[in-house]
Ligand binder design. Structure first.
Ligand code: ADP
Ligand code: MG
Length: 286
């Protein structure tokens, strides 16, 4: 079973004492079943918030979000817990947060499967097969506890725990931060293995190498979807309010505040021509 993701004008606000932080300011995003998507973007742009919303760990302040036919704003807490136990696998940033420290690798996966079985999930692979999928199927590693593992193996175990119940959607936050390149390549290989099974994969990453290996790249900037890339080509997206987020290299030429003349050409192209400000004209005339 693969899962689809839908977000429409999705807003999330952290309410702090005295002020609010608008972490997501209207995200529009559709992910088809079986797609693999990297969420890229600068620190603080809202990537982790978006992932937590899709995991049902946070509730939208406005707008809509759905996984398959589960409405993430309207679902009860019990329905969201059921969704995480049956449909969605989540790996939060920092592998340890996803693991029980006193259990071995095999026991960690089995524990996750027990939770899924309690929600009626059937036909789950053996813990060993799940661990093999992420490259941890070798005998010595099955019996290791998280504190006995390398950081890369710990991250792969966190992936295995999230995959234990064969979710249709895997959500992963920064799986390669603080890993060396060998461990990073093992994580990428594990994610590609999951992709090939048909699982829908959403990975938050600031690692371009990880991003490039996903089928589609979506940039989050200031709490909204900025540019989109597919097959090596980058696209700017027109938002529902008519705004366009420009890629950084264009923004360097057209800094915020630039006034643009917008011309639609008969051949379908659209040109943006910076208007010379009246001040500059006055300066040049002096
Ligand atoms: P990213 O994962 O892209 O770095 P986040 O989703 O963590 O971005 O954060 C988006 C915005 O929300 C940032 O401005 C961040 O400071 C703020 N934020 C994140 N988590 C919290 C929190 N628990 N309380 C208050 N503000 C937060
Ligand atoms: Mg983050």
């Amino acid at each position: 079973m693969t899962s689809a993701v839908m977000c429409r004008g999705l807003v999330y606000i952290y309410r702090l004492e005295g002020y609010d932080v608008v972490a997501l300011g209207g995200v529009d995003l559709d992910i088809a079943p079986g797609e693999s998507v990297a969420l890229l973007g600068p620190s603080g742009s809202g990537k982790s918030t978006l992932l937590s919303l899709l995991a049902g760990l946070l509730r939208p302040a406005a707008g809509r979000a759905a996984i398959d036919d589960i409405d993430l704003a309207k679902a009860s807490e019990a329905e969201l817990a059921r969704m995480r136990a049956t449909t969605v696998g989540v790996v939060l940033q920092g592998a340890e947060r996803n693991l029980l420290p006193y259990l071995t690798a095999e026991q960690n996966v089995r524990f996750a499967q027990r939770g899924a079985a309690a929600h009626g999930v059937q036909g789950m692979p053996s813990p060993r097969d799940v661990l093999s999928l992420v490259g941890l199927g070798v005998r010595g590693k099955l019996r290791q506890r998280p504190d006995q593992m390398s950081p890369g193996d710990r991250q792969r175990l966190a992936l295995a725990v999230a995959l234990a119940h064969k979710p249709g959607l895997l959500l992963v936050d920064e799986p390669t931060s603080q890993l060396d390149t060998i461990a990073r390549d093992e994580i990428i290989a594990a994610l590609e293995g999951v992709r090939k099974l048909g699982t829908t994969v959403v990975v938050v990453t600031h690692d371009p190498e990880v991003g490039a290996r996903m089928g589609r790249q979506v940039t989050i900037r200031d709490g909204r979807v900025g540019a989109e890339g597919q097959l090596g080509e980058e696209f700017a997206l027109v938002g529902r309010d008519g705004s366009v987020h420009l890629p950084p290299e264009i923004l360097a030429v057209l800094p915020p505040g630039t006034r643009l003349r917008v011309h639609a050409m008969p051949d379908g192209t659209v040109s943006l021509v910076p208007a010379v400000s009246t001040l500059e004209v006055a300066d040049a005339a002096r």
